[in-house]
Design a protein around this ligand. Structure first.
Ligand code: ADP
Ligand code: MG
Length: 642
């Protein structure tokens, strides 16, 4: 018979450490959370080798006295569950596991001075062996030093990644905590440099939490994001959603810039990704992802944070309610953004213009040497070989069908007809002064009654509409813009008149796993609204009786399988909607004004006016902007007038 025995506590702690502290970043997270729980307003972290050889977290929180210090490293010792209440948790910590777990697998020193106390104390504990405690100098707060993490558990040590990867994970963890605590200063250093500098100066402390949050999000996620996102503020009963949602034109290749905070706690919730996909599916192809940071608050008894030792997952009592507030909050924000496209388009345009201007300068200089070479360069200083060579090269490299404007200026050819390849003055439509209506438009825009997209002034390359706004100019991609308009119309028609569906002569049988089949059947009503009528046949087979007409040529079993997987994974059945809209988008694309079609003034203005009142017209269905704007002040800067 096997003998049953209680494991020694060192071993228990090492086992627990495997769950709580899976890598250096997890230790950093626990320690920084402890600092936050202790009311710290300044937290500094130093790491060496990505935290593998050293993690040092110091704070200005309320600290611990001698007794607290020795208790803190005991398992399940915490100051944070005063009522033994696991339902209403208001601190990051509550399990009393972090310090003993770290202590069990590293060389740990905690030095602290309790606020109001005269003396500081330092506790040292190695590999979970009994600790030593001695008096120490410390002005205030706590510093925790973790050396040689996992030295006591070589198996785990082997699984650590490179210093670079571990460092990135530490940066990520700290950024998330910093976003949730915009009024706390966070700094992070590694052995070579400062990695994070999120300081709040006393003058920046504000009673306005939204302002603090916006500033911190800009600091962490970049000013591009700050300038190209929409504020969310959504209430539903006891739920509140705030934060910033990026415009669809600001997209990324993966989801790492999608942050969710539940009651101030950074979490990694797959539910979020499903919601984001649902809300943005109209604007982005499924392999591009928006940037956003969402903060959800709800009564603490409706969410369980005690799901996983690392506390990065939560469980919602009513996940449908959570999903609904997130999806609707995002959709509302996107609708409010209306025809906005991201400013990055305008900025990129400016940069390109500035760039080409610099080039034009150097080209025209070089060009003069070259162009003046009708034999008579004699009166000028002879160009150096290098200049000459450069002159030749820069001319020679220009594709013939796309000569630069600068070339025309530098070549004194006297040819002013404007009939040159690639530059198509013929396509420029005269400005819109043809009838009374147009005058009205002009008057309106001058009095700033404001057509935000301005009055069409012309079309270039039969592809772009150039319009004048009251404070700048706008360039519209006519095809992308029109595609969006047609698509939005199709969508409205679909939701108003329902989705056309057709009955299959031979019902399609689709074989699935039991879980898949159940998932699909549970969503039967929702799917029927989208035109897909299914029934269960036994526990593993689904019968498809009717399908959306738009998908008449789709591979139905594949679609149903994808749908099932998606419902299981993301708890939303986006695929069907997406497929429908994909088809709608293709129809929109074919039914749209082609690039290359010459438009007259009326047609251009009609397109602009329609864009202004059509939701989401700032981007095409692929996340590209439909228009870019240059402010007059930017143009003036380009010409050195300002
Ligand atoms: P938990 O955070 O779940 O309570 P920990 O093991 O992380 O468990 O910490 C144990 C206790 O040590 C905390 O409850 C707290 O009282 C104390 N403590 C830990 N770190 C700090 C700190 N930086 N400042 C003040 N007290 C701390
Ligand atoms: Mg803790």
């Amino acid at each position: 018979m096997a003998v049953i025995r209680l494991l020694p506590s060192t071993l228990v702690n090492r086992i627990a450490a495997g769950e709580v502290i899976e890598r250096p970043a997890a230790a950093v997270k626990e320690l920084v959370e402890n600092s936050l729980d202790a009311g710290a307003t300044e937290i500094e972290v130093r790491i060496v080798e990505g935290g593998k050889s050293l993690i040092r977290v110091s704070d200005n929180g309320w600290g611990m006295d001698r007794e607290g210090l020795t208790l803190a490293i005991e398992r399940h010792a915490t100051s944070k569950l005063p009522e033994d209440d696991l339902v209403n948790i208001h601190s990051f910590g509550f399990r009393g596991e972090a310090l003993p777990s770290i202590a069990a697998v590293s060389r740990l020193t905690v030095t602290s001075r309790a606020s109001g106390s005269e003396e500081g104390w330092s506790l040292e504990i190695i590999g979970g062996e009994p600790p030593t405690v001695q008096p120490a100098n410390r002005n205030r707060g706590t510093v925790v030093e973790v050396r040689d993490l996992f030295f006591a558990t070589p198996a785990r040590l082997k699984f650590l990644k490179t210093t670079r990867t571990e460092t990135e994970a530490v940066v990520d963890v700290m950024e998330r905590l910093a976003m949730a605590h915009p009024q706390v200063s966070f700094t992070l250093y590694d052995e070579s440099r400062q990695r994070l500098n999120l300081i709040v100066n006393p003058s920046e402390l504000t009673p306005d939490p939204a302002a603090a949050q916006a500033r911190r999000l800009a600091a962490v996620m970049g000013s591009d994001f700050a300038a190209n996102s929409i504020a969310i503020d959504e209430f539903r009963g006891d739920y509140r959603l705030s934060g910033l949602a990026g415009l669809p034109t600001l997209h990324r290749a993966n989801q790492i810039y999608q942050y969710l905070f539940i009651n101030g706690r950074p979490v990694k919730e797959r539910l979020l990704y499903g919601c984001v996909r649902a809300a943005y599916s109209d604007f982005l192809p499924s392999n591009r992802h928006p940037m956003l940071a969402l903060f959800l608050t709800l009564p603490s008894d409706l969410v369980d944070v005690n799901v996983h030792p690392a506390k990065t997952e939560v469980r919602f009592q009513d996940s449908a309610a959570v999903r609904s507030i997130i999806v609707n909050g995002l959709k509302k924000a996107l609708a409010a953004a209306g025809h906005l496209a991201s400013t990055t388009g305008g900025a990129a345009t400016l940069e390109a213009l500035q760039h080409s201007q610099q080039r034009a300068d150097s080209d025209s200089r070089a060009g003069r040497h070259y162009g003046g070479g009708g034999g008579g360069g004699g009166s000028r200083a002879a160009p150096s070989n290098l200049q000459n060579w450069y002159g030749f090269r820069s001319q020679a490299q220009q594709p013939h069908n796309n000569p630069r404007l600068s070339e025309y200026f530098s070549r004194d050819s006297g040819d002013q007809s404007g009939e040159r390849d690639g530059f198509a003055p013929a396509a420029i439509v005269p400005p819109v002064h043809t009838d009374a209506d147009d005058h009205a438009i002009d008057e309106n825009y001058r009095s700033e009654k404001s057509y935000p997209l301005g009055v069409a002034r012309g079309q270039i390359h039969a592809t772009y509409i150039v319009s004048e706004t009251h404070d700048g100019l706008v360039i519209v991609d006519q095809h992308a813009a029109h595609e969006r308009l047609v698509y939005e119309k199709l969508k409205t028609a679909m939701s108003e008149q329902g989705i056309d569906r057709q009955t299959l002569l031979l019902p399609e049988l689709v074989e699935l796993s039991e879980r898949q089949a159940e998932a699909v059947i549970n969503r039967r009503d929702e799917l029927a609204k989208l035109g897909l009528v299914v029934e269960a046949l036994g526990i593993k087979t689904i019968v498809v009786r009717e399908i959306p007409t738009l998908l008449a040529r789709a591979n139905i079993p594949d679609l149903v399988r994808d749908l099932a997987d998606e419902i299981l994974e993301l708890e939303t059945g986006q695929t069907l909607k997406e497929r429908l809209f994909e088809v709608a988008a293709t129809i929109a694309c074919h039914g749209s004004v082609r690039a290359g079609k010459i438009l007259n003034g009326d047609e251009m203005n009609r397109l602009l006016r329609e864009m202004e009142i059509t939701p989401h017209s700032g981007q095409c269905n692929h996340g590209r902007p439909t228009w870019v704007e240059l402010k007059l002040s930017d143009v003036e800067r380009l010409f050195g007038r300002k």
